[in-house]
Design a protein around this ligand. Structure first.
Ligand SMILES: [Zn+2]
Ligand SMILES: [Zn+2]
Length: 131
């Protein structure tokens, strides 16, 4: 259960003593409750150094939840990006269709544009856009 290897020693204030062993120099701090720990009290886990399994589980649960949140956030970003891509694609298709329609109209009814311009010009002149 105890692992004396100090893989991730946390900085401790110099001269602080272990809470459970007042004669022992504190070499670590619990990553969860921050209490100073001597070598005997340090429980080294992949997540850091802890004073007890309760503290370890607290940090582990927190990190697990954090990982889940990060995974969800990444998934959300991906979904949003693909949705944006879809919107852009629809926009491009609509613009192309509009251009196609204009080309088709111009080819089929060349006089339609003349009529349209003739109809619109007086209004434009009235508003002051055209002179
Ligand atoms: Zn603790
Ligand atoms: Zn101790």
């Amino acid at each position: 259960m105890f692992n004396f290897a100090q893989e991730q020693p946390l900085p401790t204030s110099k001269g602080s003593k272990c809470l459970s062993h007042p004669d022992e120099e504190a070499v670590n701090k619990c990553k969860s409750c921050r209490r100073p720990l001597c070598v005997k009290c340090s429980i080294v886990k992949p997540e850091g150094v802890f004073c007890c399994d309760t503290c370890w589980n607290k940090v582990k649960k927190f990190q697990d939840r954090l990982a889940t949140i990060q995974t969800k956030a990444t998934e959300f970003d991906k979904r949003e990006a693909s949705a944006k891509k879809k919107t852009r694609l629809i926009y491009i298709v609509v613009v192309l269709l509009l251009i196609g329609c204009c080309c088709w109209l111009f080819k089929a009814h060349p006089d339609l544009f003349d009529t349209a311009i003739k109809t619109v010009t007086p209004y434009l002149k009235k508003v002051g856009i055209m002179k």
